[in-house]
Write a protein that binds this ligand. Structure first.
Ligand code: SME
Length: 157
C-alpha cells in the first residue's frame, strides 16, 4: 500500500523553496509517478475556459484537450469531486488516450470552490485504485493547490 503520509512530507519538501507553478507541477507529477506502483500514465490537465488542457505528465503522449463535463476528467471537474473508475470500458463517455489503461482515478484541483484542473492517473490493471488512494491523493492535491495559491495567487501554470 502506498505511504501517502510519507508522500505528503516529500511533496512539501519539494515545493518549499520554489515558487514557479510550472516547475512545482512538474515535480508533483514526477514524485507521484515514481512512487505509485502499477500505473501507466499520470498527469495534470489545466482548466482553460470550457476545456481541460494537457499539462505536465509522465507516460505516453496523451489527448491534449478534454471537454468539461465529458470523459472521466471532465466529469470530475464539473462535479468538483474525485471519480474512481474500476473499469474504464464501463464508464460512459470515457475518453481513450492509451488502450493499455484499464482503470483510472481523477481528482479535481480545487482552490476554494474554483476548479484549477485535475490530476489524472491511469493503470493497466482493473480496479487498481481504492478509497485509500482517493483519500491520499485528495490530501496531496490539497497540499499542492494550497502551496500554489500561496505563491502565485491561483495563477496556475
Ligand atoms: N481517460 C481520460 C482522458 C485522459 S487520458 O486518460 C490521459 C478521460 O476519460 O477523461
Amino acid at each position: 500500500m502506498t505511504d501517502y503520509d510519507l508522500l505528503e512530507k516529500q511533496l512539501r519538501a519539494l515545493l518549499k523553496n520554489e515558487h514557479d507553478p510550472l516547475a512545482n507541477t512538474a515535480n508533483f507529477v514526477g514524485l507521484l509517478y515514481d512512487a505509485l506502483p502499477d500505473i501507466n500514465w499520470l498527469g495534470v490537465y489545466v482548466l482553460r475556459g470550457e476545456e481541460l488542457v494537457l499539462g505536465p505528465f509522465q507516460g505516453k503522449p496523451a489527448c491534449v484537450r478534454l471537454p468539461l463535463g465529458q470523459g472521466v476528467c471532465g466529469t470530475a471537474a464539473i462535479r468538483q469531486q474525485s471519480v474512481l473508475v474500476p473499469d474504464v470500458e464501463a464508464f460512459p463517455g470515457h475518453i481513450v488516450c492509451d488502450t493499455a489503461s484499464k482503470s483510472e482515478v481523477v481528482v479535481p484541483l480545487l482552490l476554494e470552490n474554483r476548479v484549477l484542473g485535475v490530476l489524472d492517473i491511469d493503470s493497466p490493471s482493473l480496479a487498481r485504485f481504492g478509497e485509500d488512494d482517493r483519500k491520499g491523493l485528495e490530501k496531496l492535491c490539497a497540499v499542492f493547490v494550497g502551496d500554489l495559491s500561496g505563491k502565485s495567487a491561483g495563477d496556475f501554470i
